[in-house]
Unconditional design. Structure first.
Length: 211
């Protein structure tokens, strides 16, 4: 089930039945404990997760990644962390929480003390018209930055949302995402990227965003 990214990072995936694309979750392990980030619920997940480390939490990066988060956190008996984001005029975070049944979740932000010593970084990609391209929390785990939708790897190269997956005729969505994400990559010094989609990047991330 789990595909090793490193000796302490594992990922697994399944097809999202609503949009027919592969989605991926990550299990991060440190000092015998673990957290599951954006976990797609698949048979046997909870049992396998306990083999690699004692689960401490389930963490969502954004409200589009509810996936199996509530089910997995309830089954494992661990808290669910949900991102403390601003939302937009079209959909407020409070409404997202109500719609997805996340009322028991713990809101987290950049100042929250997270399990495994994870550090949250707020990513808000706002376009000139005020609409959002991406809004989520990225998580720094050692030398890896974990993101939900902001970017992913393709053939070892960094791909910025929504390039290749969504129409962006003027390039405004990709440019706004880049402006929000790249400073976080530089600030954290992350050398790898773990994404909820496509491929992970295991090395060379700083060189992909320039100085």
């Amino acid at each position: 089930m789990f595909e090793p990214v490193t000796k302490k990072i594992f990922r697994w995936g399944t097809v999202d039945p609503e949009i027919s694309i592969m989605i991926y979750g990550h299990l991060l392990v440190k000092n015998g404990s673990s957290v599951l980030v954006d976990p797609p619920a698949v048979p046997g997940l909870e049992k396998m997760a306990t083999v690699l480390g004692k689960p401490e939490a389930v963490i969502m990066t954004n409200f589009s990644h509810t996936r199996g988060c509530v089910k997995v956190s309830n089954t494992l008996g661990v808290p669910l962390y949900i991102p403390d984001v601003r939302g937009s005029s079209e959909l407020k975070p409070e409404e997202e929480i109500r719609i997805h049944g996340l009322g028991a979740g713990i809101k987290y932000g950049e100042k929250t003390e997270m399990p495994l010593g994870l550090k949250a970084h707020y990513i808000r990609a706002e376009m000139p018209d005020g609409k959002l391209s991406v809004e989520e929390m990225a998580l720094l785990h050692d030398d890896f930055l974990v993101v939900g939708d902001s970017a992913w790897g393709i053939d070892g190269k960094l791909n910025i949302f929504p390039t290749g997956v969504k129409k962006d005729e003027k390039g405004e969505m990709a440019e706004s995402t880049r402006k929000a994400l790249v400073p976080v990559i530089r600030k954290t010094g992350a050398t790898g990227l773990l994404s909820g989609h496509m491929e992970d990047i295991t090395e060379g991330l700083q060189g992909m965003v320039g100085k």
